[in-house]
Design a protein around this ligand. Structure first.
Ligand code: GAP
Length: 534
């Protein structure tokens, strides 16, 4: 992971936000290569899921044909939306504070081990990454017991590492940054929504939230979309945009950030076919990641157990990826596909539903009134053919653009050997990004900076640039130029050499196979497009 993080900074994929001021935890900036990668990922999602969808053709595994449309709703919305969605009451994590260091941690993200030295047993915790976790626990235990590294054998461990939420006795816990035992408070709830104020006065009635998911913008526009288009059930609304969560312990590079982008679909269907649509979307989304280069072995489809389901969900599966910062055999969530039933539309109509009731009824306050009032608008659907009126059920494939970009970066990172300019084999770092995702599709080089080669190369560059992201480079030896493009993930390098001037051909070098083929300049654009579509 360290190598990937270092390459991301060195080559301009990702930078720590506000770095010159010491950085801001949980916020990341995408550099010149990163912005193209993430944009390509979002564009691929938008094209494959929404704008390129053919509503006339039944897709394999789909119960019927369906429509797809897009939406771009605001980040700040009416605060009542978050009350009815459940985020206001339930969107929280448990956190613990350290009385000694004043630091705050997410309860289920602090890891530790039981360590015993001469009859004294303590739970030593750390926030270190998986690969340094054991070293850090040992280091901290030695320090606590005032031992030297050579005394490590006098420590004994009870069980594998586990998270703090599995521990009941806090008085024997050594907090992640504390020197004394028992400095962590009992876990307390912490709402993850960022609060902001509207207008100049900013009284208690003027507060609002930055959205923690894009989904609610879709639910509250369900009727607008129906009334303004010709779509009918089943259909999906797609949205890509920023979401904000005040994560207690943002970590693992961009994996858990406080500002991130989501790519969400709310798919509205008849309750009777909702399970079939749920399975369709689950399988389709897994296949999509594979189509862009994630290997099946590094992906996991994990169905949630009943007790793990979110309050609204009657079924959820996570698509998980074996991120290299996780311990061997563990996977991290890339996307959730949830069967949300009719929770959202009914909550926005009637008032927030009580998720513990079956069938769900509106949650009441002590006066018997709805705890959070709904909009009162009719969000039911009437089938024109059958005349049936019902509240649609919703299947929600909800993906993170930043987690996706991170997974594709991790999967792409390879080290292999390639000849340098003198033909000697050298280790090369190559980002094997799918051509659709690669920030630069092709680089154009004159072999040398003379004899008319730069002029011809620049002509080719200008021509290709009309169609795709290309890069021109005439500096340094050609082998070094190839290396730089390999690190950037550029799938093709086009070289103009002496032959090019006479027979109007160039070579195309393939990043992954290193194969070089000669092709007519006239056919170059078509050949590149053909290769990228293959
Ligand atoms: N509307 C449902 C929803 O938001 P979620 O599982 O909380 O569900 C969906 O989020 C996806 O958004 C996750 O699978 C993940 O890819 C991304 N995501 C969630 N929290 C994130 C965070 N703090 N940083 C980066 N990505 C995040």
């Amino acid at each position: 992971m360290e190598k990937i993080v270092s390459l991301c900074k060195r080559r301009g994929f990702l930078f720590q936000s506000s770095e010159i001021y010491g950085g801001l935890q949980g916020f990341w900036d995408y550099g010149p290569l990163g912005v193209e990668l993430k944009r390509n990922l979002k564009d691929a999602w938008w094209r494959d899921m929404c704008s390129g969808h053919n509503e006339l053709v039944q897709q394999p595994g789909a119960p019927s044909t369906f429509d797809m449309v897009g939406l771009d709703s605001t980040i700040i919305m009416h605060p009542q939306i978050w009350k009815c969605s459940g985020h206001y009451d339930m969107f929280h994590d448990y956190m613990v504070d350290c009385r000694e260091t004043k630091k705050r941690y997410r309860h289920d993200q602090v890891r530790g081990r039981w360590v015993t030295h001469q009859e004294t047993k303590i739970f030593v915790t750390t926030m270190a990454e998986a690969d340094t976790e054991q070293d850090e626990i040992q280091h901290r235990a030695l320090k606590y017991f005032r031992l030297r590294p050579k005394d490590a054998e006098s420590l004994s461990y009870d069980g594998p590492s586990t998270t703090l939420d599995k521990i009941d006795e806090f008085s024997v816990v050594l907090g992640p940054d504390a020197k004394a035992l028992g400095t962590l408070t009992e876990p307390r709830e912490f709402n993850l929504m960022f609060k902001t104020t509207l207008g100049a006065l900013g009284g208690e009635d003027d507060y609002a939230f930055l959205r923690p998911e894009t989904a609610q913008g879709i639910f509250v526009n369900f009727k607008n979309v129906l009334d303004s288009t010709r779509v009918g059930i089943p259909f999906g609304i797609a949205q890509v945009g920023k979401s904000f969560r005040n994560e207690i312990t943002p970590r693992n590079f961009t994996f858990r950030s406080r500002e991130f982008e989501q790519m969400e679909i709310e798919f509205f269907c008849h309750p009777n076919s909702s399970q079939e649509w749920y399975r369709f979307w689950r399988d389709r989304r897994l296949a999509w990641y594979q189509s862009l280069g994630l290997s099946r072995e590094s992906l996991l489809m994990r169905e949630h157990a009943q007790e793990e389901l979110a309050h609204y969900s009657v079924g959820t599966a996570d698509i998980e990826y074996a991120f290299p910062f996780l311990p061997e055999g563990e996977y991290g969530e890339l996307e959730g596909i949830a069967h949300r039933g009719d929770f959202d539309l009914r909550s926005h109509m009637e008032g927030k539903l009580d998720p513990s009731t079956r069938p769900m009824v509106v949650e009441k306050d002590e006066n018997g009134k709805p705890r959070h009032r709904g909009s009162g608008r009719d969000l039911t659907y009437r089938d024109d053919v059958t005349g049936e009126r019902f509240t649609p059920h919703v299947i929600e494939p909800s993906a993170g653009a930043d987690r996706g970009a991170l997974a594709f970066l991790c999967e792409a990172y390879h080290e292999d050997e390639a000849p340098d300019d003198s033909g000697k084999m050298q280790t090369r770092v190559v980002m094997k990004l799918h051509p659709r995702l690669a920030p630069v599709k092709a680089a154009v080089f004159p072999l040398v900076k003379k004899d008319g080669m730069p002029e011809l190369a620049q002509e080719i560059y200008a021509e290709l640039k009309r169609d795709m992201a290309v890069f021109y480079d005439e500096k340094s030896a050609v082998g070094r130029r190839y290396r730089r493009q390999d690190e950037a993930g550029t799938p093709y390098c086009i070289t103009v050499d002496g032959e090019s001037l006479t027979d109007k051909t160039v070579t195309i070098r393939d990043r992954d196979t290193l194969e070089q083929t000669r092709i007519k300049i006239d056919e170059l654009a078509a050949e590149l497009k053909r290769r990228m579509m293959a």
